[in-house]
Structures are given as C-alpha cells and as structure tokens.
Design a protein around this ligand. Structure first.
Ligand SMILES: [Mg+2]
Length: 204
C-alpha cells in the first residue's frame, strides 16, 4: 500500500511540470503574424519565379558546338559562363530549352555537361523543326514573361511576330550569328556576346 502511494506520487510528480507548462497558442497574434510573414515570403519567391520563363537554344547558345564537332562529337562542353548563369537564373526564373535536333542526341548534351538539372522535363522542347512547333511552345508560356535566347535571328523574329511581348535575346556567337544577314524590320530586344548578360536583363 505504502509503495503504491509512493509510486502514484512519483507518477504525479512526473507529469506535474508538463501540466503546468502552457502550450504556445497557435492563434496568438505574434504567432499568426509570423506565419503570415513566412507565407508572404514564400509567395513572393514563387511569384517572382513563376513570372519569368527563359527558354534557351542549345547549340552555340549554351553548348560549344564548334568544340564538339572538332572532337568528332566525342567531347561535350558548354561555354565558360553557362553553369554560373544557369545557377543564378534558376533563383529568379523557370528555365527551359527550345532546341532543334534529335531529342536523345540533344538531351545527351544536357546530361553530359551537367546542365540537365536546371530544366524540368516539361520545359524541355526539342524538335526537328523549331518553326513548325514555335506557336505551341509560345502558347504554353503566354501567361509568363517569356525570354527566348538563341543564336539564330530567324526564330527570334518569328516569335516576336506571333507574340510581340516575347523578349528576344540574340547571342552573337558561332557560325550562324557570324554569317547572319539582317532581317528587314526586325531588331532583337537585346544582342549579347556572353550569357551572363541574360542575368542582368532579367533582373532589370
Ligand atoms: Mg543554336
């Protein structure tokens, strides 16, 4: 009997401090404000990220196609600034691909250079004929601020004709850009030589 009293006292003593502690009130004003601040913060990040979409061409834009060809298609290399640029842009925009070529062949370029992680599957658009698929790609992003980055003026021009609010960024490198003739009545929104300029354009 004595020992049972002792054990019940011990038991009560054990839970007593917990009963005395008041749990934090989840509806207290400071707690609610904290939650709201956090939610607003997340929302801002999501809004910012969902506002801008940047679609990159692969060859001569991200990928050093000249080097690849010289290596007999055995060495996959991106331009020097690309990784840093994609890393920075990934914080502020949705990144995608709009490229001409054979799907598996082009995807290998993304995989072997480590770029693949920046692009979600549903934002990778690779076609034999870019012009024929341009409208469907543009329509997919019609509610976003869409940036197209390409070394070929033709596709940028066609995109602007169909959807004037698209921001056309021409990368002037590689043989296509070097030999490009002017397109009457068309001037891209930006001409760049290095992709790090894309970060500045999107931030501005
Ligand atoms: Mg290209």
């Amino acid at each position: 009997m004595k020992s049972s009293n002792k054990s019940s006292t011990f038991f009560l003593r054990g839970i007593e401090p917990m009963q005395k502690k008041k749990p934090p009130n989840p509806l207290s004003k400071s707690r609610t404000n904290w939650c709201e601040d956090k939610l607003q913060g997340f929302k801002k990040v999501l809004d910012k990220k969902s506002l801008s979409v940047v679609l990159f061409d692969i060859d001569y834009t991200l990928f050093d196609t000249a080097f690849f060809k010289e290596s007999g298609l055995s060495q996959h290399k991106i331009y020097e600034e690309v990784m840093q640029v994609l890393d920075s842009l990934n914080e502020i925009a949705i990144l995608g691909i709009f490229s001409k070529g054979e799907v598996a062949f082009q995807k290998t370029k993304l995989e072997k250079t480590g770029m693949r992680k920046f692009f979600e599957e549903n934002n990778i658009h690779i076609f034999d004929d870019k012009d024929a698929n341009l409208i469907s790609v543009l329509e997919k992003y019609k509610d976003s601020k869409l940036f197209l980055v390409d070394d070929k003026l033709g596709v940028l021009c066609s995109a602007k004709k169909y959807m004037p609010q698209v921001i056309a960024i021409w990368v002037k490198r590689g043989p296509f850009a070097q030999n490009q003739k002017e397109i009457a009545g068309f001037t891209p929104d930006a001409e760049i030589k290095n992709l790090s300029e894309v970060v500045k354009i999107i931030r501005s």
